[in-house]
Write a protein that binds this ligand. Structure first.
Ligand code: F85
Length: 832
């Protein structure tokens, strides 16, 4: 027998790997189905999915353990991505692709007379996020594994993810998303690494055994954090990184005294209360008004994750924290986990015995913060009183951080008390509040925005004072999306065509996609590109028929806007265009008409009235347009319910025109725009967020630009006069008339008053009507361009060819080079 290896013995691991030919996959699948799940081959497809998921999961296990070990080697610097959201979607197909087992698995299922695609569609989306921010975290995890970077994701295992959206009579109705009901084969519970999280209580000064004065946080109410690990496989590189999600659990199952006294329900109360913490994801993506449970979630994540990292640190370094900052970096995904700044201070001082200076030196060298919004109402603030009762020790620490910080400000700008008040982490006023963004900036060595314009607007506007104090902290990292999920997996037809022309390397080295540009004028290639797009449009049309009962004709232009519903994203502008086209049809103005199918999708925050009204309006306009015989297929409009990750996997490959029409200066980056571009859609967009970089990459000739620029928006505001615009523009006048006269609200009088009021409001923050004319004109350009098919296809190819920059592999390389400074940890020979 060989001796037990101490280091990383590649041969041993190689031997432990399961064989992955189709025969082995089919055998394991059948064994799981019959021996483990107790079902047979003709069972309901859910169990087929489960058996296949377990079969594939077995094939990542060895690499997973191997990767952990490699990252655990002494001296390996690691990053921890702290995020309240990871919008992962489905996993099975993604792992199959990354392991390079697509053919083998399809073949194995075929042998058993089963269909792989049908089985994969049984998986429920892991919807642990709201929108772009959560999906970005998931794309980042994919790229970190692909680049073999030692990064661990830390998040929350919500029992209920993003709500399921149903549409009833045109209105959004929210249904709970109990995604774990049938179990989750992709998670591994690790109760051995649980942590205790404390809330409430009070702070006492005590003298420790060394005679030092310290703070003790006592009389707390405690909750356990149990980690569940989710594997994140790299692309054909034997790397499997970890996403560690925390679940709350009571410290004891129930109170025995109550139980014995016969109060069974009361005995369970503590347990239920504890478990509420990770029960549900907050479905808001812009403002969250100081909900206690949300702050509990944030602290729960931060504390559990930091304790986990310190535990691992002490395993190798003991209680010596001198090298900690050289080997660890925490990344804060927006302000949501920012309480980690204060919590790391607390742990290092109160639990590990460091003094303030040592603890601050570590903390402020280990934290990095990414901002995802410019909307002031989206910046998190917590009432001081809430902090005081929930996290008294952390509030003390924040006050001390602030006091020291304000001394620094006073030193830099003596006498500028206004500036000190502006910059204070504590906002004064009737209810004092903790400004989390300021805590994040003060506590971090790096602060970045998510697109070039956004980062400029941060340092020149929202965070200007801080930029003047610490210009070296501020930087930009333009977002991206992972080409594995969003091209290779979502668009197999296009991927096969690309690989045929330029080889398969583009999947892991996405800059190589540029090589298809030289085929943009090759007639044969263009014809095949077109055929692939048509097939993808058919797949999308089938989905639209299924969910919306609306027929989309694939010869028409597919015009799509999918994203969270928000006034700043201006779904309303899109609707105004749809109404304008309808009005033209009704007037017989249909010379050189381009048929259009407009698809809109997205969720509204349950408490956001205006967003919900917008959904209702879209549905009502759709009802009128789709049922008017005179429209006769010249125009279709559909609202796709319950938009999410797996819907987007069908939508973006089948789209011709990508709508990115936010008010300039409001969309931090956008990432849907990148998914569409990669899949050969052409963008109609404002000069906002990453749209600007998309346009620069593809060239103005391959992009439809319209609307005011960010600086113009601010100037326009002073003189914005919607009534004048309506009076001057006949098209707009007719559109507004159709809205006002109730053409889209028969028997529902006045339901759109609020929407109309917002459009006509001179103080409309989103200046929707200011961009109407320029939008309509740009849409007319689109319609004309779509009629020149050859040219359109060339534009489509150019968009894909120029999308190399928008891979999260590039984004993550920049995070690593500029902020994290990790070394790649290649495992054994990649099998690419
Ligand atoms: C999005 N933000 C930006 N926020 O809007 C996009 O422009 C950008 O491309 C992506 O981030 C990625 O950078 C976003 O998705 C949220 O989901 C969000 C969630 C919760 C909250 C705020 C924003 C609360 C907690 C403050 C309500």
């Amino acid at each position: 027998m060989p001796s037990v290896p101490t280091g990383c013995n590649e041969e041993l691991f190689e031997a432990a790997r399961l064989s992955s030919d189709s025969g082995a996959i089919a055998r394991d699948f059948q064994r799981y189905l019959t021996q483990h799940l107790g079902r047979f081959i003709g069972c309901v497809p859910l169990y087929q999915y489960e058996a296949l998921a377990l079969t594939i999961r077995d094939r990542v296990m060895t690499d997973w353990r191997n990767t952990w070990r490699r990252y655990d080697e002494p001296g390996v610097r690691r990053a921890y991505y702290l995020s309240l959201e990871f919008l992962i979607g489905r996993s099975l197909g993604n792992h199959i692709l990354n392991l390079g087992l697509d053919h083998e698995t399809a073949e194995a299922m075929h042998r058993l007379a089963l269909n792989l695609e049908e089985i994969m569609s049984e998986e429920v989306d892991a919807g642990l996020g709201n929108g772009g921010l959560g999906r970005l975290a998931a794309c980042f995890m994919d790229s970190c594994a692909c680049l073999q970077l030692p990064v661990i994701g830390y998040g929350i295992r919500y029992q209920y993810g993003m709500f399921r959206q149903e549409i009833e009579n045109g209105f959004q109705v929210e249904e709970p998303d109990h995604w774990l009901r049938d179990g989750n084969p992709w998670e591994l519970e690790r109760p051995e690494f649980k942590n205790l999280i404390r809330f409430g209580g009070r702070v006492e000064g005590v003298t420790d055994s060394q005679g030092k004065r310290r703070s003790a946080w006592v009389d707390t109410t405690d909750v356990l954090a149990i980690p569940y690990d989710v594997p994140i496989s790299g692309h054909k590189n034997h790397t499997v990184n970890t996403l560690r999600l925390w679940s709350a659990s009571a410290t004891s199952d129930f109170n025995l005294d109550d139980f014995n006294a016969g109060s069974y329900a009361e005995a369970l109360e503590a347990k239920t209360n504890a478990e509420h913490i990770t029960m549900v994801l907050y479905p808001n993506d812009v403002s969250e008004n100081g909900k206690e449970l949300r702050l509990k979630q944030q602290y729960f994540l931060a504390s559990a994750s930091l304790q986990d990292v310190l535990r691992m640190w002490e395993l190798s370094a003991g209680r010596d924290y001198r090298d900690f900052k050289a080997q660890n970096v925490f990344h804060l995904n927006d302000t949501h986990p920012t309480i980690a700044v204060a919590e790391l201070m607390r742990l290092l001082m109160d639990e590990k015995g460091l003094d303030w200076g040592q603890a601050w030196d570590i903390t402020s060298h280990c934290m990095a913060y990414t901002n995802h919004t410019l909307l002031p109402e989206a910046l998190e603030k917590w009432p001081v009183a809430l902090f005081e009762s929930l996290l008294p020790r952390l509030l003390q620490i924040i006050f001390e951080i602030n006091a020291r910080f304000l001394r620094l400000v006073a030193m830099k700008w003596p006498g500028q008390t206004q500036r000190q008040r502006r910059m204070s982490i504590i906002e004064e006023g009737d209810t004092k509040q903790v400004r989390m963004a300021y805590l994040a900036i003060v506590g971090s060595f790096s602060v970045n925005g998510v697109a070039a314009l956004h980062s400029r607007l941060l340092s020149g506007g929202l965070f200007r004072d801080f930029y003047e104090l610490w210009p070296e902290k501020f930087n930009n990292k333009t977002n991206g999306v992972t080409p594995r999920r969003w091209v290779a997996y979502a668009n197999p037809g296009m991927s096969a065509l690309i690989t045929e022309k330029i080889g398969p390397d583009w999947v892991h080295d996405y800059a190589k996609i540029a090589a298809i540009a030289k085929h943009a004028e090759d007639a044969g290639f263009k014809q095949r590109w077109h055929e692939v797009k048509q097939a993808n449009k058919q797949r999308l049309a089938d989905m639209v028929r299924h969910y919306c009962q609306v027929e989309f004709d694939t010869e028409a232009l597919f015009d799509v806007q999918v994203k969270r519903i928000h006034e700043y994203k201006r779904q309303l502008l899109n609707v105004l265009h749809a109404i304008h086209l309808y009005d033209r049809i009704k007037r017989g103005d249909i010379g050189h008409w381009t048929r259009r199918c407009i698809l809109i999708g997205g969720k509204a925050a349950p408490g956001y009235r205006m967003a919900k009204n917008i959904i209702k309006l879209i549905n009502n306009v759709a009802e009128v347009v789709n049922n008017d015989p005179q429209v006769n297929g010249l125009l279709k409009l559909a609202f796709i319910p319950n938009y999410g990750v797996s819907k987007m996997e069908v939508i973006c490959p089948g789209t011709d025109l990508s709508e990115q029409i936010s008010t300039a200066g409001k969309e931090a980056s956008g990432t849907g725009n990148m998914k569409f571009m990669m899949n050969g859609a052409i963008t109609i967009g404002t000069y906002d967020g990453a749209n600007i970089e998309i346009m620069e990459a593809v060239g103005e000739g391959n992009y439809f630009l319209f609307g005011l620029h960010a600086e113009e928006v601010d100037r326009e505001r002073a003189s914005y006069d919607p009534a004048r615009l309506i009076g001057q523009d006949e098209d707009l006048g007719r559109v507004m008339h159709l809205l006002r006269c109730g053409h889209f609200s028969t028997f529902e009088s006045n339901i759109f008053d609020e929407v109309i009021g917002s459009l006509e409001n001179p103080r409309d923050p989103w200046l929707t009507l200011a961009d109407f004319r320029s939008y309509i004109d740009a849409q007319e350009q689109v319609s004309r361009a779509y009629q020149k098919r050859e040219r359109w296809v060339a534009m489509s190819i150019s968009n894909t060819a120029c999308s190399g920059y928008f891979s999260t592999d590039r984004t993550i390389s920049e995070y690593n080079k500029g902020i994290w400074k990790l070394q790649t940890r290649p495992l054994d020979q990649p099998s690419r």
